[in-house]
Design a protein around this ligand. Structure first.
Ligand SMILES: Cc1cc2nc3c(=O)[nH]c(=O)nc-3n(C[C@H](O)[C@H](O)[C@H](O)COP(=O)(O)OP(=O)(O)OC[C@H]3O[C@@H](n4cnc5c(N)ncnc54)[C@H](O)[C@@H]3O)c2cc1C
Length: 263
C-alpha cells in the first residue's frame, strides 16, 4: 500500500510561552521551539504500522520552507521511507484552501492508495484534510481513531463521535483520512535514527514543478484573511491562578472544594 502523510511543523506548546506579536497579527514566532504537529505524528506511526503489515511505502510531505525539512527528517527517522518538501515563495501566506490545492498537485504526481492528514494543526482550522478530499473527489473520514485494512480496495475506519460513541465505516481506496490522537502510541525517535537520515536527499518541489498558478495560492490567492489576533478580555468572575504548578493545583483543589465540586 502506497501511503502519503501530510505533516506540518508547528510551535511546540510544551516548550514555548506563546505571546501575541507587537502588531497583533499573529503569535510571536521568533525564538520558538518547533516540532511536528502531534496529530501528524500519530498519522505517520499508523502509516508505518500499516506498511509493516501489508507492505508498500510511506511518504511524508510538508508545505513549508527549508526549516520545515526537519520534520520530514524526524518522521523519516521514525520509519517513513521518503520525504518531499514543497516550497516556493509563492506559497507563503496560503490559507487552508491554498495548502490543500498545493498538496493536491503533489499527490497527483504520484500514485497513493491512502492519504492521511492530522485532524487539526496549530491554527486549529481542521480544514486541510476535508478540502483535499473534496478537491480530489475522494472519499473522506475525519477524526479517525482506528484503521483495519480489509484488502487492497477497502479499509475499515473507526471514528470518534460526540458523546464517546464510536462509528465504524467501510471506505473504498484511494481515500483521505484525518487522524485523531490516541489511534496508536507513536514510537520514540532517538538521536541515532535522526543521524541515519541526516544526509538523505529530500526533493524540493516548487510551483512550476507542480504546475501551480502562483496567483491562485499564497497571500494573493487566500480567500480567508486574518483580521485580528488577540487574547479575549477576561470575563466577569474569571480568575487567573498564579504560582508554580503545585501551588496552582493546590488553589484549584481549594476552589473546587469551596464551590462543592469535590469533597
Ligand atoms: C491569510 C492567511 C495567511 C496565512 N499565512 C500563513 C503563513 O505565512 N505561514 C503559515 O505557516 N501559515 C499561514 N497561514 C495559516 C495556514 O494557511 C494554515 O496552516 C492552513 O490554513 C492550515 O490550517 P491549520 O494549520 O489549522 O491546519 P489544519 O487544517 O487544522 O491541519 C490539518 C492537517 O492538514 C495538514 N497540513 C496543514 N498544513 C500543512 C502544511 N503546511 N503542509 C503539509 N500538511 C499540512 C496536516 O496533516 C494537518 O494535521 C495563513 C492563513 C491565512 C488565512
Amino acid at each position: 500500500m502506497e501511503i502519503l502523510v501530510c505533516v506540518k511543523r508547528v510551535p511546540d506548546t510544551s516548550e514555548n510561552e506563546i505571546e501575541i506579536n507587537s502588531d497583533g497579527s499573529d503569535i510571536e514566532r521568533d525564538d520558538l521551539v518547533y516540532s511536528v504537529n502531534e496529530w501528524d505524528n500519530y498519522a505517520v506511526e499508523e502509516a508505518i504500522q500499516i506498511r509493516d503489515n501489508v507492505g508498500g511505502s510511506v511518504t511524508v510531505v510538508t508545505v513549508g520552507d527549508e526549516e520545515d525539512e526537519e520534520v520530514l527528517r524526524r518522521e523519516m527517522a521514525m520509519g517513513a521511507d521518503n520525504g518531499i518538501l514543497i516550497s516556493d515563495d509563492a506559497f507563503e501566506g496560503s490559507d487552508g484552501k491554498g495548502i490543500a490545492s498545493i498538496l493536491k498537485a503533489e499527490i497527483e504526481k504520484g500514485k497513493y492508495d491512502l492519504i492521511m492528514t492530522g485532524a487539526q494543526a496549530d491554527a486549529g482550522a481542521g480544514q486541510v484534510g476535508g478540502m483535499l478530499a473534496a478537491m480530489m473527489d475522494l472519499p473522506y473520514a475525519s477524526l479517525v481513531n482506528s484503521i483495519d485494512i480489509i484488502d487492497d480496495k477497502k479499509i475499515k475506519a473507526g471514528r470518534e463521535v460526540e458523546g464517546g460513541n464510536q462509528e465504524m465505516n467501510e471506505i473504498d481506496l484511494p481515500c483521505v483520512l484525518s487522524i485523531q490522537t490516541g489511534i496508536n502510541e507513536p514510537r520514540y525517535v532517538g538521536i541515532r535514527g535522526i543521524r541515519k537520515v541526516a544526509s538523505v536527499e529530500i526533493p524540493v518541489h516548487g510551483a512550476s514543478d507542480l504546475g501551480i498558478d502562483a496567483s491562485s495560492v499564497g497571500e494573493n490567492g487566500a480567500k480567508v484573511k486574518r483580521l485580528d489576533y488577540y487574547l479575549p478580555d477576561l470575563g466577569e468572575g474569571a480568575e487567573m491562578l498564579e504560582g508554580s504548578t503545585d501551588e496552582i493545583v493546590e488553589k484549584m483543589i481549594e476552589l473546587l472544594k469551596s464551590k462543592g465540586g469535590i469533597k
